[in-house]
Ligand binder design. Structure first.
Ligand SMILES: O=C[C@H](O)COP(=O)(O)O
Length: 253
């Protein structure tokens, strides 16, 4: 059985003191995390403090982006080496907001995924279709092409350790969620794409999250589906109580 992974993506929310307060309250909770990984993907500015605050707890810390190069003249960017050095263990790559506003492409997503593994970071690679693409029945072809491009050149072992987050763009921050069955169908098609490229063992090991208006009220149904192995959560990850409920749902699958 694949271990569920519930990742909060804080996007550009919270101040440093709010972030530290959140981490300190969360780590004090008694949670059975045998069956669930808890990850907070925070703004780069907070990563060092959050790694220190959560050391020895059930919480892992992730970044929301990274540069593909190890170092260089790239003003404003953060490298995988720098993240690893801080004790960060996950990194979100290719979030639709980065594809839309910061020119992230399938090619850069692939380079970043490779750089993530070079620095012992677990990539959470986001894929997903726009409303227009969904309405013209292109969802599976778009998501499959994004997945294939993102994983190109990775080893079987690396793909097994990759997390894919299926996030339909029209469901992000809108309150609209894909039905659990629709989300599962797309997650299954992602797994089939991986099966075609990397074989059965890899496809059955890789974890595929759903993201897009996930909240305590809808997470149980989503996680009950066979091909959904967790959630990438924006808004509902910003409050401790709500994030704890999401983790509990993951723990009880
Ligand atoms: O990375 C998280 C997603 O963009 C989902 O955000 P949301 O839960 O606020 O819809």
């Amino acid at each position: 059985m694949r271990k569920q992974v519930i990742a909060g993506n804080w996007k550009m929310y919270k101040t440093l003191s709010e972030a530290k307060q959140f981490a300190s309250e969360l780590k004090a909770k008694q949670l059975d995390t045998t069956n669930v990984e808890a990850v907070i993907c925070a703004p780069a500015l907070f990563l060092e403090s959050l790694v220190n605050e959560t050391k020895g707890s059930f919480i892992s810390i992730g970044a929301q982006n990274m540069h593909e190069e190890k170092e260089g003249a790239f003003t404003g960017e953060v490298s995988g080496q720098q993240l690893q050095d801080l004790g960060v263990s996950y990194v979100v790559i290719g979030h639709s907001e980065r594809r839309q506003y910061f020119n992230e492409t399938d090619e850069s997503v692939n380079k970043k995924a490779k750089a993530a593994f070079e620095n012992n970071l677990t990539p959470i690679i986001c894929v997903g279709e726009s409303l227009e693409q969904r309405e013209s029945n292109e969802t599976e072809s778009i998501v499959s092409a994004q997945t294939t491009a993102a994983l190109e050149g990775l080893s079987e072992e690396q793909v097994k350790n990759t997390i894919i987050a299926y996030e339909p763009i029209w469901a992000i921050g809108t309150g609209k969620t894909a039905t659990a069955d629709d989300a599962n169908d797309v997650c299954r098609s992602i797994r089939e794409t991986i099966l075609d490229g990397f074989g059965e063992e890899v496809a059955s090991a890789v974890r595929i999250q759903y993201g897009g208006s996930v909240k305590p009220e809808n997470i149980e149904e989503l996680l009950s589906k066979e091909d959904i192995d967790g959630a990438l959560v924006g808004g509902a990850s910003l409050q401790v109580d709500s994030f704890v409920k999401l983790l509990e749902a993951g723990a009880n699958v």
